[in-house]
Design a protein around this ligand. Structure first.
Ligand code: MRU
Length: 365
């Protein structure tokens, strides 16, 4: 997508310097800073510190990390060590392990001399595939938005609500939850998006930055506003992303997603999840019981970053000194609260049968 008129992906290969470039998302939406990721420590730091974030982007970044590791030393032992180090960086988004496994399984049979080049090509392929998956999710989601628009008086906007940032910067391009929004906006369907702030890290500010850059009308609301908006008929559809969805369709996503799903269920608002297939964990059924939920630093709850009145970026403390903070970063929405899953192969029910019908080769694995 575009930033100040220039098309960017959230990461790209700099062939001249032979290095990966990323957008440092910790500086967004205040400053647009790019960064070169040169060492395995840089890769670990980029994921742990959330310079790159969002499940698909974490996976693509890890694939480039494996490529770098194999360029330094293509032995099995070094590959396994890099796998372990990168796999430790964040626990919840399954795309990380999916990308690491894909790299390792593809490289293991190759002679060591071929591994570095093959791993780099695989990382490029994973990035390109992610763009195409997200584009296809956008096309399938567009059909759902079109159906809602067709039932409204001409010119009245379709009102969407989203949580966290499942936008182009959380993927390689397009985003998952935002891709249908971009497609609908580009197709001339009037839209309005309620953007949840998504405390504690306020990824909603990233979504607002993205939507604003693309000209999509939106309003940034507190996390607690969604239920009220739904009760008053202000939301036609919820679309969120996911960090891991189980084979029966339980959806793990940013903390607070579950509460939005409950409110949507109570108010008869369709609740859709944009789901790229690498985000499906085919080894897990019960998301609440089985998905590890990242517990992040309490400082994220007691402090908040933003632009100060003098224009500088600053951090302020919002609680009394010494207040203990608790910070589970994700929650699980049971499949019974999910109206449908928007995948690259189409929309399905959040059930084992629904997912198996779209991905028979995975469901039988
Ligand atoms: O902690 P984050 O910012 O990495 O969490 C991101 C989310 O929860 C997104 O909604 C999810 O990864 C889907 S991104 C397309």
């Amino acid at each position: 997508m575009k930033v100040n008129g220039t098309h960017y992906r959230s990461l790209w290969w700099n062939a001249q310097d032979d290095v990966l470039e990323i957008i440092d998302q910790r500086s967004l939406p205040y400053e647009f800073i790019t960064q070169q990721v040169k060492t395995l420590e840089d890769f670990e730091d980029a994921i742990v510190e959330m310079r790159v974030r969002g499940a698909p982007l974490i996976g693509a970044t890890a694939a480039y990390g494996m490529a770098l590791a194999l360029k330094l030393d293509a032995s099995d032992a070094h590959m396994d060590a890099a796998w372990e180090r990168l796999n430790e960086t964040r626990p919840t988004a399954i795309n990380l392990r999916w990308a690491l496994n894909r790299c390792r399984e593809a490289m293991r049979p190759l002679p060591e001399a071929e591994r570095a080049a093959a791993a780099l090509q695989l990382a490029h392929d994973i990035a390109d595939e992610d763009v195409e998956i997200c584009r296809q999710i956008g096309e399938h989601g567009l059909k759902l938005i079109r159906e809602i628009a067709a039932k409204k008086p001409a010119g009245e906007p379709v009102r969407l609500l989203t949580h966290c940032n499942a936008g182009w910067i959380a993927t390689v391009d397009w985003g998952t939850a935002t891709s249908p929004m971009y497609h609908a906006h580009d197709a001339g369907i009037p839209l309005h998006v309620w953007v949840d702030e998504t405390r504690p890290r306020n990824q909603g500010a990233l979504t607002s930055w993205e939507l604003g850059s693309h000209g999509v009308p939106h309003t940034y609301v507190t996390d607690n506003a969604g239920g009220h908006l739904m009760q008053h008929g202000q939301v036609d559809m919820v679309i969120v992303g996911t960090d891991r969805t189980t084979r029966r369709g339980d959806v793990c996503n940013k903390i607070g997603t579950y509460l939005k799903a409950l409110a949507a269920h109570d108010n008869g608002v369709p609740f859709y999840v944009a789901l790229p297939s690498p985000t499906i964990d085919w080894t897990v059924d019960d998301g609440v019981a089985e998905i590890p939920i990242e517990e992040r630093s309490p400082r994220e709850t007691t402090h908040i970053q933003g632009t100060m009145e003098d224009g500088s970026i600053g951090v302020v403390q919002v609680t009394p000194e010494g207040t203990p903070g608790g910070n589970p970063a994700f929650d699980v929405t049971p499949n019974r609260l999910v109206t449908g899953l928007i995948t690259e192969r189409g929309v399905c029910e959040a059930t084992p049968e629904g997912l198996a019908a779209l991905f028979p080769e995975m469901a039988g694995a």
